[in-house]
Design a protein around this ligand. Structure first.
Ligand SMILES: CC(C)(COP(=O)(O)OP(=O)(O)OC[C@H]1O[C@@H](n2cnc3c(N)ncnc32)[C@H](O)[C@@H]1OP(=O)(O)O)[C@@H](O)C(=O)NCCC(=O)NCCS
Length: 176
């Protein structure tokens, strides 16, 4: 089954998935993020998708808009978080969720997707550190090499660095 948009009734299953994928300690930081993203009244809205097998949710991804503070008209999103049920990992579910999300964002005429994650994993989808360098997050990053970007069709690099604000759920220094 292709990924679908989340529904309010998915919350408990998504919470269990996050706990299983990230483990209890990391989930303490990720669960409030997910809760905030699923309930964020932003414009444009957060895009959150799940994959499911036999009606069991086994993958989750969210893309939240960024809000440039320096007058750039760029339409960008941050990919976070991404999680796949441990027993279902390495079967292409994470890749499917990313590709489905990127297609959905391209259809909404987004210019850019940013991610703060393992370059080894995200590099295979075309994310590059050099693109993210032009976009300055609101906090100093613990792992600057994990900050990557991907330009979607029609997206161009800004001429000057762009500072931005994320949605409130990501406006937390502990996540950076
Ligand atoms: C990262 C994650 C979402 C990948 O999901 P997945 O469905 O297993 O991914 P895919 O099947 O599409 O891709 C699997 C490939 O990714 C690689 N991979 C998986 N997790 C990785 C990680 N944390 N870092 C680097 N590579 C990773 C695997 O080596 C595998 O490659 P291979 O099969 O060529 O060896 C999943 O491992 C997960 O939920 N991890 C825990 C939560 C997490 O760390 N999320 C990412 C936050 S940025």
């Amino acid at each position: 089954m292709p990924p679908r948009h989340t529904r309010p009734a998915d919350s408990n299953e998504i919470e269990n998935l996050i706990l299983a994928a990230f483990g209890k300690d990391e989930a303490l930081e990720i669960l409030p993020l997910v809760d905030g993203l699923l309930n964020a009244p932003t414009d444009p809205p957060v895009i959150s998708l799940v994959s499911a097998e036999h009606d069991q949710i086994d993958g989750f991804i969210a893309f939240s808009p960024v809000f440039p503070v320096s007058g750039s008209g760029v339409c960008g999103y941050i990919l976070a978080p991404l999680a796949v049920l441990p027993a279902h990992q390495r079967q292409g579910i994470g890749s499917l969720l990313i590709k489905h999300g990127l297609t959905s964002l391209a259809e909404r005429n987004a210019d850019l997707v940013l991610v703060y994650g393992n370059p080894h994993y995200y590099g295979r989808f075309g994310f590059e550190g050099a693109i993210a360098e032009a976009f300055q997050p609101p906090f100093e990053m613990a792992y600057p090499a994990a900050w990557q970007g991907l330009l979607l069709d029609g997206g161009t690099m800004p001429r000057t660095p762009v500072s931005f604000k994320p949605v409130p759920a990501l406006n937390n220094s502990a996540l950076w």
